[in-house]
Design a protein around this ligand. Structure first.
Ligand code: CA
Length: 521
């Protein structure tokens, strides 16, 4: 081999080494750029109680920070409006009929494919802290520290990697502390995904001591349909989630020492309140003894009683949210102080929406807007510009979104769509125009009949089945509160037929074979 050939070979070798190291470097950069994920999910937090969506009830300045720097979804929905099923959907990206978790009392099959498992395989550190509520132990997490079952507000038990112990403090603050502790000890060379799931503001709405007097001077306006008579809506009329169904002791905190005020959940609430230590109990009693004295003295009846219940309910519900908002603030501050804000996706959502007196109700379950919808705010400044989107999104979309951002492949079995392209350029992406819903937990608490349905931009068609056979049709533009069931009324046959076709199409698309013989009546 001549000298010149050796020189060429040497040059070639150097060039390829250089190319290789560039490629290696690019790969490293790409890996470093993988966004971190903090998924904050509360329990039963209706969008009505987030000031970015609606400032009429309360202020949530920290949750609003996510919307101010990110994306606010105004049409974000769940597939089955209840706790455990919603959590299973979020983890698997699949509807309840395929992930198996149709009702609360089932135990989640943790052997199936979930997004945290794939993130782990992709090099992410994963953690699950707070309310899990899926029966089986968490899978797919390097670290987990969860509340058993529904969890408790005061001095709750936590199960840390299988070991249960009682921890002094208030549940929302503890979940925040454990989350920040985990972030501080993580391997800073690897991306992370933290699922931070609050118990609040779930029933029985026990606020932190510092907020026990908040809203004492606030009078909350009644929703327009507070005194709904459910005309034309049999399933809505037969529920047991009306504000008149409140247990005065558990739900409205009328736990009097004399034991004169009774209610079906007095014993349950006694267990909750007895978890407090004497110092906590002293502050608690100071606040609620005044309320109890007023209630006993006033002897309220009729509308006065109904409206007092509503005020009591909202005070405690919103006080619990005040602590959640503080928690979000602490997390966002941590990210900012540690140069993580740009490249961390922060998601704020709830496992479903909630009724805050609309139709006279509390609780969830129905496919009506307040519980079908759920708040959804996302910020990732390095990828998404600030905006508001009204595209129809659903909790099946979360898992594919996180996987795409992590550069992982989205398994075919996941039924949602990644939101990434849609968020980057909404106009260029073809997006779904209809949503499918299916609720199963009947017979069950609050007596909400089984139902499934379809929602488009403007209309909603629902079929209540099992021990009832009733169809409902709503024009959401003309009747956003869903008071006027148009099914079977003159002039709506065409819309009904087209919604029915859409429903059948979605049942086929999502492989829901749990109902058969779906026929209009
Ligand atoms: Ca819930």
């Amino acid at each position: 081999m001549g000298k010149s050939n050796i020189k060429i070979l040497r040059l070639f070798f150097i060039a390829s080494m250089f190319a290789y190291s560039c490629k290696d470097e690019a790969k490293k950069i790409k890996e470093v750029k993988k966004p971190n994920i903090i998924y904050i999910m509360t329990d039963d937090h209706g969008y009505q109680a987030i000031s970015s969506y609606n400032g009429a009830l309360n202020q949530t300045p920290n949750i609003d920070r996510i919307a101010n720097d990110g994306v606010k979804f105004t049409r974000s929905f769940v597939t089955n409006s209840i706790c455990s099923p919603s959590r299973a959907v979020m983890l698997t990206g699949k509807f309840s009929h395929l992930n198996g978790q149709r009702i609360n009392s089932q135990s989640f099959d943790g052997s199936q494919v979930t997004f945290p498992k794939i993130l782990q395989e992709t090099g992410y550190q994963t953690a699950m802290i707070g309310k899990w509520h899926l029966g089986s132990d968490p899978t797919g997490f390097d670290y987990w520290n969860v509340l058993p079952g529904q969890g408790d507000y005061y001095n709750p038990d936590f199960i840390e990697m299988g070991k249960k112990s009682r921890v002094e403090g208030y549940v929302t603050s503890l979940i925040t502390k454990f989350s920040l502790d985990w972030l501080k000890q993580r391997d800073t060379k690897k991306p992370f995904a933290l699922l931070m799931h609050h118990k609040a503001p779930h029933r029985c709405w026990m606020p932190d001591l510092k907020y026990l007097e908040k809203y004492n001077d606030t009078k909350f306006e009644l929703p327009d349909n507070f005194y709904d008579d459910y005309e034309g809506r049999t399933a809505a009329a037969s529920q047991a989630m009306h504000i008149k169904d409140f247990c005065p002791v558990n739900d409205l905190k009328m736990y009097d020492k004399e034991g004169e005020i009774d209610g079906p959940l007095r014993k349950y609430f006694e267990i909750q309140i007895n978890r407090m230590n004497p110092e906590q109990r002293k502050v608690w009693d100071k606040a609620y003894d005044k309320e109890i004295a007023y209630f006993k003295e006033a002897g309220l009846t009729g509308k006065e009683l109904m409206e007092w219940r509503y005020q009591r309910y909202l005070e405690d519900y919103l006080r619990c949210i005040a602590s959640v908002d503080d928690s979000v603030g602490e997390v966002l501050d941590y990210l900012e102080e540690n140069d993580l804000a740009e490249n961390t996706l922060v998601v704020y959502t709830s496992d479903q929406g909630f009724y805050l007196g609309e139709h006279g109700w509390f609780d969830k379950r129905f496919m009506y807007e307040e519980s079908f919808r759920t708040p959804l705010l996302m910020k990732l400044p390095s990828r998404f510009k600030k905006k508001t989107t009204s595209k129809l999104v659903q909790n099946i979309d979360y898992a594919p979104t996180f996987l795409e951002l992590a550069g992982a492949e989205i398994p075919k079995e996941m039924q949602g769509n990644s939101l990434v392209s849609m968020l980057e350029d909404e106009d260029k992406v073809e997006w779904r125009e209809a949503l499918y819903y299916h609720y199963y937990e009947y017979p069950g608490p609050h007596d909400v009949k089984r139902h499934y349905g379809v929602r488009t931009d403007r209309y909603k068609l629902i079929h209540f089945y099992n021990n009832i056979d009733q169809w409902e049709l709503y024009d959401l533009k003309e009747d956003p509160s869903e008071m006027n069931n148009l099914y079977g009324k003159d002039g709506y046959n065409e819309v009904t037929q087209s919604m029915y076709k859409e429903l059948l199409k979605l049942q086929e698309k999502y492989k829901d074979t749990t109902v058969t013989d779906v026929k209009l009546n």
